[in-house]
Design a protein around this ligand. Structure first.
Ligand SMILES: Cc1ncc(C[n+]2csc(CCOP(=O)(O)OP(=O)(O)O)c2C)c(N)n1
Length: 577
């Protein structure tokens, strides 16, 4: 096989193989030539090629999510490396092991008016688990040192809370010299797996804390599906009488008797009169971000006495300003250990309070939905009714994710979204990368600005027949009209500023995008036409990536969205009278 003559690069490839890292996304360039020659040339990796580095980073993130494995991204020097930054940040805040490999010039040429170079070391310093620069020289000592650095950094990417790591590789010319050789044998340093548990004292302490509480709320933040965690938590909940609030992005499958899956609706119904009834004594949290702003506002205003956060990385996440204990371990093991203890069951019916309220608000929601005019709100509900069971849903940021989480979860569906940093710049690429590794139908639902922003996510060879994109086109960034103190302002000046600089209205044509990138195109502008389009979209005979554009009116959308929560409050006040 033909590989580059560069020995640090050969070592890197060899260690990838030893550590069973096979998925690579290569971005074209010359400085990274030795990496491309070796990784593609050795024939032992699954290499993809994507030109736009920002898109490539997110695409790799999608693969890492789908395969639950580290994925390598490789680019040239200069702004190519900077363009990986958004995906690196997202990976950092979602605990995804991206292995970022950037080619560089030798240190002595940096900032010396050489082409395409910038200071690349520590480029991602605020959102990377670890980074290193490999040595340039190829003496035995430097090769040993390089291999040690690579071993350490690859181990770090997957240890504790996983996350992105950065390997910067200075390379001298000639860059394209290859040789017919095998990859070298490189010493592998194993990172022994550990399972951190609570010691007896800590376990007894936690059990005691749980025993003191009568209102236990478990908040499950964004997570990947995890059957062990689900069953351990179900057992814990059964023993203690706790209630779990989980958005669909927690990918949590457990009996609905214990679990409140539409927390945003419940929170939207709580008034100052009944806040105390919902205020927990003990809050236990795990997972990453929660979308619902209402939950943060509620728990900051109605703090629990104790808050335990469980996080393998030991993060001190004091989201509700009430944190009292951190457990640096896997949440599955935490609940398994506790469920194995004698635990006191709460007195009172805190879980029932949540469940009854959820039932009530879901009734109001359904009633409201049935009467609401065609809008993003109704369109989202129709779409989610049509999405096949056991498929994958990717939620764009902005209002789409918020509408979607108001709908009941769909059986066996995995929910994903770039909620680590909530950027609108990589939703398409992430979904396309994920879908390229799965056979099920993958549905991406997103807004028009998000689609145009990341339209290069469609500029690759990996769009599969299983890809369905549903675009809610309201002509701009509709979410900004939900912001009370922004859209609520009156006067011509404010309206003009709003339209031009927040809403960012446009006339760009999506149909052209679909044809440019080879997607089938469907459209709809009413509930009934949408239902018909959805039938076509999910017809089992459809064998092409397809984009369905749904046209809605921004002002109607705003009215309908705001009206829902007004209606919930009104209906519950009337019940109570
Ligand atoms: C990279 C990035 N830039 C800017 C933002 C701020 N932002 C949040 S939502 C949004 C508008 C999104 O509009 P669209 O995708 O059309 O969805 P809609 O609001 O209509 O639901 C913007 C610009 C962001 N989240 N990420």
């Amino acid at each position: 096989m033909m590989i580059s003559t560069k020995r640090h690069v050969q070592q890197l490839a060899s260690l990838f193989l030893s550590k069973k890292i096979f998925d690579i996304v290569l971005c074209p360039g010359s400085r990274n030539g030795p990496l491309i020659h070796t990784l593609a040339g050795c024939g032992q990796f699954d290499c993809r090629m994507i030109v736009d580095e920002r898109s490539a980073g997110y695409f790799a993130l999608g693969i890492a999510l789908a395969k639950k494995k580290p994925v390598v991204i490789v680019c040239s020097s200069g702004t190519a490396a900077v363009n990986f930054a958004p995906a690196v940040a997202e990976a950092f805040y979602q605990n995804i092991p991206l292995i970022v490999v950037t080619a560089d010039r030798p240190a002595y040429w940096i900032d010396q008016l050489e082409n395409q170079c910038i200071q690349q070391t520590a480029l991602y310093r605020n959102f990377i688990k670890q980074s290193c620069s490999l040595p340039l020289e190829e003496s035995d000592c430097r090769l040993w040192s390089g291999a040690r650095l690579i071993n350490e950094i690859l181990n770090t990417a997957v240890s504790d809370a996983p996350g992105p790591v950065h390997i910067n590789i200075p390379l001298e010319e000639p860059l394209h010299r290859t040789m017919d050789a095998q990859l070298p044998d490189v010493k592998v340093i194993e990172d022994a797996e550990t399972r951190i548990k609570l010691d007896e004292k800590a376990l007894a302490g936690a059990a005691e804390e749980i025993g003191r509480a009568d209102k236990i709320l478990v908040l499950a933040g964004q997570s990947q599906d995890n059957a062990e965690l689900d069953s351990a938590l179900a057992l814990f909940v059964e023993k203690t009488g706790a209630v779990v609030a989980a958005e669909h992005l927690a990918n949590f499958q457990m009996p609905s008797d214990f679990c409140c899956t539409c927390p945003e609706l419940v929170l939207g119904s709580i008034s100052s009169d009944d806040a105390a009834v919902f205020q927990p004594d003990l809050l236990i949290t795990f997972g990453r971000h929660f979308v619902s702003k209402r939950i943060r506002q509620f728990l900051r205003a109605n703090q629990p006495h104790e808050h335990i956060h469980v996080d393998a990385g030991g993060g001190h996440m004091d989201t509700y300003q009430a944190l009292t204990r951190v457990c640096a371990m896997s949440p599955g093991l935490f609940f398994e250990q506790l469920a194995g203890m004698q635990l006191r069951k709460v007195s009172g019916d805190y879980a029932g309070t949540w469940k009854r309220r959820e039932h009530e608000v879901l009734q109001i929601y359904t009633h409201y939905l049935g009467r609401a005019p065609f809008s993003d709100f109704t369109a989202c509900a129709h779409v989610l009714k049509a999405v096949p069971e056991n498929s994958i849903i990717h939620l764009g940021n902005s209002s789409t994710v918020r509408y979607s989480l108001l709908n009941p979860g769909i059986k066996g569906v995995t929910y994903l979204g770039n909620r680590g940093t909530s950027g609108i710049d990589g939703s398409v690429s992430t979904a396309v990368g994920y879908a390229s590794c799965r056979s099920q139908i993958n549905t991406l639902i997103l807004g028009d600005l998000s689609l145009f922003y990341d339209s290069n996510g469609l500029w690759n060879k990996y769009l599969g027949e299983n890809l369905r994109i549903i675009l809610l086109n309201n002509g701009g960034g509709n979410i900004f009209s939900f912001v009370e103190d922004l859209a609520g302002r009156t006067g011509a000046h404010n309206q003009a500023i709003f339209q031009d600089y927040f809403f960012a209205g446009h006339n760009a044509k999506v149909k052209g995008l679909a044809s440019a990138f080879g997607l089938d195109y469907l459209q709809a502008d009413s509930d009934s036409r949408l239902d018909k389009a959805l039938e076509k979209l999910y017809n089992p005979d459809r064998a092409a990536p397809t984009l369905l554009e749904v046209f809605t009116d921004a002002q109607t959308n705003t009215k309908v969205f705001k009206g829902l929560f007004i209606q919930i409050k009104k209906a519950l006040t009337t019940y109570g009278e």
